[in-house]
Ligand binder design. Structure first.
Ligand SMILES: [Cu+2]
Length: 367
């Protein structure tokens, strides 16, 4: 009786394992197919943004809007700045997406590539182990292999299964430690400093290099966000406006409790801790709107203090700073009256019309 029970278990076991393999392959295949598909604007839950209050930006794809906007138009006047319309699927989560968000910083692209590579390594190892498992189940079950071998050791095999995983880990360690080091890279001395302060429950952005003005950023109402063509619960009333293509020293601190400043599409996350100033280098590749959220449980409205970064070309960013009443260190220096060039007085030339009479015995200095 026990024999028949075992053989039933065996044949059922094979079926169960075959079913599992099929299921895993299907899930993997579906994920791989999805990962390859380019993100479509229609994938996005939020409506495609078309509403802006600026005539210049209307009917222009948002990724071109920054180029089309006339820099002179925003050069002076506090009311000239118009918040950029976000691009669907850029810098924001997409419904149904399974990969990390598309990256718009150098570190982000490096990390994304590493992530994809790791997924393939994991998939290969999983498939290999699964294949071994299936082989054992099929080849060495009681029916196909009634008299099992009594082998207990195999030196070569044991060395190989120690060395190969160790080598794989050593290879993975190289990009892994590189990424870690890149994330801790100190901003260069000429980086633009911006400080993000976490409050319960909103963000404040200070520009110490530009006169120290502060922008207070609160979450936008859902209806207002949707009317603006922005993703609800991510849109804010006042964005953190930053220049593209230059290093930014982003400092964080907490005014009350620990918050965390995180923007997935820029591969950026750093805690904002009361009594402590953290800083990290941020560099944004291209103009756009990039959304993030507080990523440290900080109280009742933790989920309602989103981050929205608007990255602008340098001249437009400078115009925005001026519109906020900000200043620039280099401009203050330029406004100082130029000092007259130093030159020898005319009288220094012997025999020149302005030169005095040469010293005589009476006028010559005595030692
Ligand atoms: Cu928070």
């Amino acid at each position: 009786m026990s024999t028949s029970k075992t053989s039933i278990l065996n044949s059922n076991g094979v079926k169960v394992i075959a079913g599992l393999i099929l299921a895993i392959l299907l899930v993997f295949g579906w994920q791989a197919a999805n990962a390859q598909e380019p993100l479509q604007p229609s994938d996005l839950n939020a409506p495609v943004p078309a509403v802006t209050s600026s005539a210049a930006l209307e009917n222009v794809p948002a990724d071109e809007a920054a180029d089309v906007a006339d820099p002179d138009a925003v050069a002076d006047g506090a009311d000239a700045y118009t918040p950029m319309a976000p691009t669907a699927g850029k810098g924001m989560p997409i419904e149904g997406a399974i990969d990390v968000q598309d990256q718009y910083s150098e570190d982000g692209r490096f990390a994304h590539g590493f992530h994809i590579g790791l997924v393939w390594v994991m998939a290969a190892i999983s498939a290999f182990v699964l294949a071994l498992l299936v082989m054992v189940v099929v080849k060495y079950n009681r029916r196909s292999n009634p008299t099992p071998s009594k082998t207990t050791h195999n030196t070569l095999l044991e060395v190989v299964w120690m060395l190969v995983p160790a080598l794989i880990l050593a290879v993975i360690a190289v990009p892994s430690i590189t990424l870690l080091a890149r994330q801790y890279e100190t901003p260069p001395a000429d980086a633009i400093t911006v400080k993000a302060t976490g409050y319960q429950w909103y963000w404040g952005y200070t520009y110490p290099d530009n006169g120290g003005f502060e922008i207070i950023s609160n979450m936008m109402d859902e209806s207002e966000a949707l009317a603006n063509g922005e993703p609800p619960q991510l849109a804010v009333d006042n964005r953190l406006v930053l220049p593209v293509g230059v290093p930014i020293r982003l400092q964080t601190t907490g005014a009350d409790v620990i918050h965390s400043f995180a923007v997935p599409s820029l591969w950026f996350k750093i805690d904002a801790v009361p009594g402590r100033l953290n800083e990290r280098l941020m560099q944004i590749d291209e103009p756009g709107v990039y959304y993030g959220q507080c990523s440290e449980l900080c109280g009742a409205r933790h989920g309602y203090m989103p981050i929205a970064i608007e990255a602008l070309p340098m001249d437009q960013w400078r115009a925005w700073v001026r519109a906020q009443g900000g200043t620039f260190g280099d401009e203050e220096a330029a406004q100082e009256p130029a000092a007259a060039p130093l030159q020898e007085p005319e009288s220094a030339e012997p025999g020149a019309p302005g030169a005095g009479a040469p010293p005589t015995e009476d006028t010559a200095p005595t030692v």
